[in-house]
Design a protein around this ligand. Sequence first.
Ligand SMILES: NC(=O)c1ccc[n+]([C@@H]2O[C@H](COP(=O)([O-])OP(=O)(O)OC[C@H]3O[C@@H](n4cnc5c(N)ncnc54)[C@H](OP(=O)(O)O)[C@@H]3O)[C@@H](O)[C@H]2O)c1
Length: 334
Amino acid sequence: MNESGQPRWGIVGTANIARGQFLPALRQAGGVAAAVASRELASATEFARKNEIERAVAGYDTLIGDPSIDVLYIALPNAMHAEWTIRALDAGKPVLCEKPLCGTLPDTERVLATAERTGTLLWEAFVFPFHSQLRAIRQLIADGAIGELMEIKSNFHFPLRNPGNIRLSSALQGGALLDVGCYPVRLAQELFGPSWVSAWAHATTGDDGVDVDTWGVLDYPDGRRLVLSCGFGRSYDTFTTLEGTAGQIRVSNPFHPGPSDSYQLVTSGQVARTFGAAGHEPSFTAAIRHIHEVIRGNEQPRQLAVETSLPTATALAGLATCFLGNSAPWQARS
Ligand SMILES: NC(=O)c1ccc[n+]([C@@H]2O[C@H](COP(=O)([O-])OP(=O)(O)OC[C@H]3O[C@@H](n4cnc5c(N)ncnc54)[C@H](OP(=O)(O)O)[C@@H]3O)[C@@H](O)[C@H]2O)c1
């Protein structure tokens, strides 16, 4: 940390998400953008200059080994998360790795085993569980506002027009389910718990064999379920309905709420009540603030990957198995 107690971050990869979401939130959360690494020095230099990062570094390894860096943000294509997260954890550096933690279940298990073995802090960049909106929605549910939550219907669609995008590459472990379908899956885990029972999904695939339009169901005990829809071919849509025995909560964006987002409580016989999502700061900010407080020793870590990532990864694997050639529902491992 610098003299003011600000954690010094290293950014692995010159990714769009680092520029567009992570860096504005990092500044709001009071961290230092100390260095960015690219495969090419020229890319790192350009990215550092445009985004006011202190230093540019050639090679991800060089950044991981840099003793002046406190914590790493890994924003690489999904297929590269395992290798670079394991290297960072072995070097003893706390990591915020982009979601999904890995593109495959075996890679997820290897990464989590490394985090356990090294005892190094690792978070998967699902930031919405840190946001005040999810806390407020949990409270409504706990207060019985919609009775018992039985079904989550959740979308994550957006239009993807660039054929060279990493999300359309099979080798880089793209695909709609891993890229955006992981959000409804993680939301269901937050609200129903980690133990799902069976999975069914279907998908339309693109030129490189990745799923580009995907829909499915995750069954939970006692008839509860997630019905999800995700893809790259529609306008931006994250609309989600939490359906209970006595009402619904309709959420315009559970995952990255912005200033115009809201959630609405609808119960029969009552006037619907609408609440602002409190999206006045970037959706990453609360998560980064928490990481800073953990590094400073002021908070116990929450939402660590070793506690949260495996159920998400097994559910994603279960759903994907259904459209990768086996149409029978996938049973959870006991
Ligand atoms: N949490 C969220 O809200 C959120 C939102 C969007 C994306 N994401 C996740 O963030 C990660 C990055 O997504 P993105 O859209 O920001 O990616 P992107 O803009 O395409 O950037 C990926 C970076 O990875 C590096 N890279 C290394 N090998 C590569 C290869 N073979 N092809 C392409 N790039 C390669 C490149 O950096 P260098 O060339 O500098 O080495 C590139 O800048 C993904 O895991 C994605 O799922 C998360």
